[in-house]
Write a protein that binds this ligand. Structure first.
Ligand code: DGY
Length: 323
């Protein structure tokens, strides 16, 4: 029977619709994910693999002698050595549709929370303080502020709508400028990358990570932001020089940040955790039950599509599909 390995624990509702198609192997109740050793053992004779938080590196791919499709539980697939997979003709699958709404919601929550210093006030109340001055510019009125979206794909567009719902204006940069009718529909203005950074009152990053854009956001980029502006990242940690972010926040080069992704996950630069002007969440932007289960279905549909000789739309290297 077809064997599908899922590297992390999943609720039964994830595998139930496919029960007659394959045998599923995943960690038992109470264990969040397979250890590397367990994963390498299970994957040896697997036909398909859905990676939750694990690396799909060359060793793992080479260990899996029967593997016909490998999927990541997310839209990003930088955790899979997709170049190597492509070289050897292995289809790589992602979940571009189901992550969108939850990730955009979380991004909007971070934008609004950091601009209104929600975490700071929460800490004050818990510490028994009730001493905020009557006039303070610790936070910023969202309505009328300018959001700069870097990466105007599915998630960037949903964030745009949510921000506009709060009265923000939106400028954007994307490697591929949107057609004029899309810009009209979304009521957005296109600018060069640096111009977005200079103009916006809050920057939200929505770009994929590739080695080529490592540390795309460094101290120079923070320095051209307005000192009153905020920085939000729910995309990938390695796009940002985390030490530069610490400096920017500590030296008031920028006003605040909302961060869901980190350069060396699961480690977080310790100094970041000591700063009051940053809100930190542990890479959970897509974490709603609806989204996470939907992402599993999207990935498994992609895997079974490939195994059935179809061309699912969420194969990121379709050139390997020779049928
Ligand atoms: C994604 O979609 O790539 C997320 O980071 C996974 O939660």
């Amino acid at each position: 029977m077809t064997k599908i390995v899922i590297s992390g624990w999943v609720p039964k509702q994830v595998t139930a619709p496919y029960a007659d198609k394959a045998e599923f192997v995943y960690p038992p109740d109470g264990q969040n994910e397979f250890t590397r050793k367990e994963l390498l053992k299970e994957i040896v004779d697997a036909d398909g693999c859905l990676l939750m938080d694990n690396e799909g590196d060359r060793e793992l791919i080479d260990t899996a002698k029967n593997l016909r499709a490998i999927a990541n539980h997310g839209v990003g697939y930088d955790s899979i050595d997709w170049k190597y997979a492509t070289e050897i003709g292995l289809p790589v699958i992602n979940t571009p549709t189901q992550v969108t709404e939850a990730t955009a919601e979380h991004t909007a929550c971070l934008i609004f929370s950091v601009m209104r210093s929600i975490a700071h006030y929460d800490r004050e109340v818990r510490e028994g303080k009730w001493c905020s001055p009557n006039f303070s510019d610790i936070n910023t009125q969202i309505e009328g502020s300018m959001l700069g979206i870097l990466g105007f794909g599915r998630i960037g567009k949903r964030v745009c709508r949510k921000a506009q719902g709060m009265g923000m204006k939106v400028v954007y940069y994307d490697k591929f400028r949107a057609p004029e009718e899309v810009e009209k529909e979304y009521d957005v203005t296109y600018m060069d990358f640096d111009d977005v950074i200079k103009t916006a009152d809050c920057i939200s990053l929505h770009m994929p990570y590739f080695k080529e854009n490592h540390h795309l956001f460094n101290l120079d980029k923070f320095r051209i932001m307005k000192p009153t502006a905020y920085f939000v990242n729910c995309a990938r940690g390695k796009l940002v020089d985390e030490q530069a972010l610490v400096t920017a926040l500590k030296e008031n080069i920028i006003k605040g940040a909302g961060i869901d992704v980190y350069e060396n996950e699961p480690s977080v630069t310790p100094e970041l955790c000591t700063l009051d002007n940053v809100i930190l969440t542990p890479h959970i932007a897509s974490l709603t039950m609806k989204a996470r289960v939907g992402m599993c279905y999207e990935a498994l549909d992609g895997i079974f599509g490939v195994l059935n000789g179809e061309k699912p739309r969420n194969v990121v290297n379709p050139e390997v599909l020779k049928f």
